[in-house]
Design a protein around this ligand. Sequence first.
Ligand code: NAD
Ligand code: UDP
Length: 348
Amino acid sequence: KFSSAHRLGFGSANPTSKIPLGLKRKGLRIVVTGGAGFVGSHLVDRLIARGDSVIVVDNFFTGRKQNVMHHFGNPNFELIRHDVVEPLLLEVDQIYHLACPASPVHYKFNPVKTIISFILLQNLITGLLQACLAKRVGARFLLTSTSEVYGDPLQHPQKETYWGNVNPIGVRSCYDEGKRTAETLTMDYHRGAGVEVRIARIFNTYGPRMCIDDGRVVSNFVAQAIRKEPLTVYGDGKQTRSFQYVSDLVEGLMRLMEGEHIGPFNLGNPGEFTMLELAEVVQETIDPNAKIEFRPNTEDDPHKRKPDISRAKELLGWEPKVSLRKGLPLMVSDFRQRIFGDHKEGSN
Ligand code: NAD
Ligand code: UDP
């Protein structure tokens, strides 16, 4: 059911594949698309700390220079302002592809651009393939897919073998179907052109550097509690999500990239919370007096979501370490600083 390590037809296999994480080896050249965003910037920090050379490609739609500016002046760091729907030729060892508006508010903002950008992912992979041929070494492409490929799941918890329950014509389809298309393209390039690929299905992730006003539930509740505003619970608040702290995700992404298995792998924390329970944790962590205000829910909101992570445990030796109650306080000081500090949110 899993492909074993796939050797490219046009060069040596990836040089890192046999080296366990953390061991010293020659630095790689790595592209992180969307590297100025929330998850991407944490990944960049880990890669730079490991001694790799990192090129961030970002159009700053939701990302910010502030997330990576601590690397400015480091010869191992480069930042390119570029929209990934346009072709880009870079000779690199690995591509972590994260560029994509991730919050429902952002991906619904221009849904046609969202769905088209997934189809144009072809440009990025073709560029990678040409660069591989030019350099005559294998390079790896890691796609950050999402738990949204399961839609409003009829299987609970969700295993990677589940094909999902997605509305193809709904308001979330530009993202859900887009990511499904991206998985299809990634696998077709693997099967048809021998590109070495990895696929991660990421479940709801939170932590410092999330966009403060991007509408996602954790960033909304934390910002609302800090600003002494009511926590806005959509619908009856009984829908569930499983929240993962960002450092756990970054560890999982790196293990997946360096490992021998294509995936897809669920990367998420199996701790499942209703939105009302999440609101309680935010009250306990930030302000016990924070009020709750109910608002109408959005269309096609999935009722429940929880990853089965047995596959990642067994094959990547990975599981999350940070519980919601431990992780939430770790993002509060960053949010307080950005909300009350003189730093201007959203400025590039
Ligand atoms: P984010 O919005 O903070 O980061 C996305 C980054 O991509 C931003 O820096 C943005 O400017 C950049 N970007 C967007 N479109 C681009 C384009 N066309 N060209 C170049 N750059 C572009 O979001 P995030 O939470 O860090 O998510 C990163 C990835 O992980 C996304 O692909 C997302 O779909 C996936 N994911 C995230 C979560 C989560 O809970 N955070 C869950 C599932 C999947
Ligand atoms: N949600 C909420 N209040 C908010 C924002 C979101 O109750 O202020 C709910 C939303 O309806 C959904 C859940 O929180 O059921 C997770 O929403 P989010 O946008 O964070 O992620 P996704 O729906 O993509 O999993």
